[in-house]
Design a protein around this ligand. Structure first.
Ligand code: ATR
Length: 270
């Protein structure tokens, strides 16, 4: 049976094995998907050992996504821009890398009937998570995509690298100079129970606020956004499932449906 794994550290709480086994069942694909804890200095060795043993592919999670990029013989454009790989395929002795995080976010937003085409989007953060979603968001033809980051130079770097006239960057404070339809929090602030220091007035009246993080309770960013007047708030659980579906499709050539898995995961959070 074809073998797949998710590699990370920590890995115990990864939901990927559950998600991929559910996709396999739903689509009638025969495969086995396990998680593997990788010691911090053993990523390259562990991946090569798995590939040599006949593994077909894998997902990569924190903190190895950048190392995964370096290990690949070929990477997709979106993975190159993200500077990170979350999906590995082992084919003909080669390691192919892709990044499905951005398309996962876009899919989840579209599943929630969020209009991206023609919209003014604020992306908060300029780390790995933000970089991974810039190209897939631009592919949706927004009117404008503004990247705001605590450290402005990191946002400027992305703008220079992508060089698209719809893309601009600013400090948190200067987000006041724009109007937004959609705001996406790609910082890791929610993980520490913190908020990016976006002025509250920027949120008031915004159609949708999205946090890439998810938890049992609404994340601090989404609680704050709701209070500040956002019409709709969405967490990142759907993105997790959608990026997994994209990986599954890359490996198996079949796109699984995500609804049932998402419902089950949501119920399991409670
Ligand atoms: P990830 O892979 O999750 O994106 P990362 O590459 O370390 O992790 O990036 C973390 C992002 O969250 C950065 O944009 C970081 O801002 P800086 O570039 O200024 O460090 C942002 N971030 C983390 N904690 C934050 C906080 N409390 N307030 C605002 N931004 C925060």
């Amino acid at each position: 049976m074809d073998q797949y794994r998710v590699f990370g550290n920590p890995i115990k709480h990864s939901r990927s094995p559950y998600i991929h086994q559910a996709f396999a069942k739903e689509t009638g694909q025969e495969l086995n998907y396990q998680s593997q804890l990788v010691e911090l200095d053993a990523f390259e060795q562990d991946i090569k050992t798995f590939a040599q043993a006949g593994g077909k592919g894998g997902n990569v999670t924190v903190p190895f996504k950048e190392q995964a990029l370096a290990l690949c013989d070929q990477v997709s454009k979106r993975a190159a821009l993200a500077g990170a790989v979350n999906t590995l395929s082992f084919r003909d002795g080669q390691i192919l890398g892709d990044n499905t995080d951005g398309i996962g976010l876009v899919k989840d937003l579209l599943d929630h009937k969020v209009t991206l085409t023609g919209s003014r989007i604020l992306l908060i953060g300029a780390g790995g998570a933000a970089k991974g979603v810039v190209l897939p968001l631009l592919e949706q033809a927004p009117q404008q995509l503004v990247i705001a980051n605590r450290t402005l130079s990191k946002a400027e770097q992305i703008c220079q690298q992508v060089s698209d006239n719809r893309l601009t960057c600013c400090t948190f404070e200067r987000t006041k100079d724009y109007d937004f339809d959609v705001i996406i929090n790609a910082t890791s602030a929610s993980l520490d129970g913190r908020l990016p220091a976006i002025p509250e007035t920027v949120i008031a009246g915004v159609g949708v606020c999205y946090d890439m993080v998810y938890a049992k309770e609404l994340t601090p960013f989404l609680v704050w956004a709701k209070q500040a007047g956002a019409s709709k708030v969405i967490d990142g659980l759907g993105m997790l499932v959608a990026q997994a579906a994209e990986s599954f499709n890359i490996w198996r050539g079949v796109m699984p449906s995500t609804d049932e898995v998402l419902c089950q995961l949501r119920a399991d959070l409670d």
